[in-house]
Write a protein that binds this ligand. Structure first.
Ligand code: FMN
Length: 209
């Protein structure tokens, strides 16, 4: 699908075809496309919980204001943002460091510098940790929705849920924040797609202070 068609036809769809599953291989392809998302220092502080089981999705739906699409879509993703994804104790920071060494972009001698840079940029307050986690994960989530659309799928992003409820119900460790849920599937053609929503214009977006 041409990128302009991907952009033009991505919608937050409310109705998913109950008879069309999303094969594992297709979901994997979409997630791996989204994994090319850029991130601060390439730290990639995102994770996904993939819910397919009806009973599990119903448990999530209960925490998500009863939104039907959560359980009607073949797949609903809990998108996780790791607020400690910049810190030394996160295994991916070490992987990141080693990968950079292998690529010749980093030397072992700069370990302390790299740790301090991450801490100073992202770890100085609760707010900076949350911003780090959610801004990067937001880009990932958007890429995932566009990747899904490019493969003929539709999605629905949701933040209408109880964060505490979802964290407790799914035993999510405290270091994570849950920026959104994303339901994934095929649009149910028996339903009518809502008309496109208004958007801010260029002149409304560009500001000066
Ligand atoms: C972060 C985020 C959270 C959202 N949460 C909900 C939600 O909980 N329930 C819902 O029906 N729509 C939700 N939406 C969908 C928006 O209402 C929708 O994207 C917007 O109205 C524009 O419509 P479109 O995506 O079809 O262009 C959410 C969208 C985003 C990006």
């Amino acid at each position: 699908m041409d990128f302009s068609d991907v952009i033009a036809t991505r919608r937050a769809v409310n109705y998913f075809d109950p008879d069309r599953d999303v094969p594992d291989a297709l979901l994997r392809e979409v997630v791996e496309m989204a994994a090319t998302t850029p991130s601060s220092f390439n730290l990639q502080p995102w994770s996904l919980m993939v819910l397919r089981d009806k009973e599990e999705k119903l448990r999530l739906q209960k925490q998500a204001m009863g939104q039907g699409k959560v359980s009607e879509a073949p797949v609903t993703l809990i998108v996780l943002a790791d607020r400690r994804g910049w810190a030394d104790e996160c295994p991916f920071t070490e992987k990141n460091f080693q990968e950079m060494i292998q690529a010749g972009a980093m030397t072992e001698e700069r370990r302390a510098w790299f740790s301090k840079a991450r801490t100073n940029l992202y770890g100085t307050s609760e707010a900076s940790q949350l911003a780090f986690a959610t801004k990067n994960t937001g880009f990932f989530a958007m890429a995932l929705m566009l990747a899904a659309r490019s493969k003929g799928l539709h999605t629905h992003p949701m933040d209408g849920f109880s964060m505490d409820g979802v964290m407790k119900e799914f035993h999510i460790p405290e270091t994570y924040w849950v920026p959104l849920l994303i339901s994934v599937g095929y649009f149910n053609d028996a339903q009518e797609l809502a008309p496109p929503k208004w958007r801010k214009t260029y002149d409304e977006i560009v500001v000066n202070f």
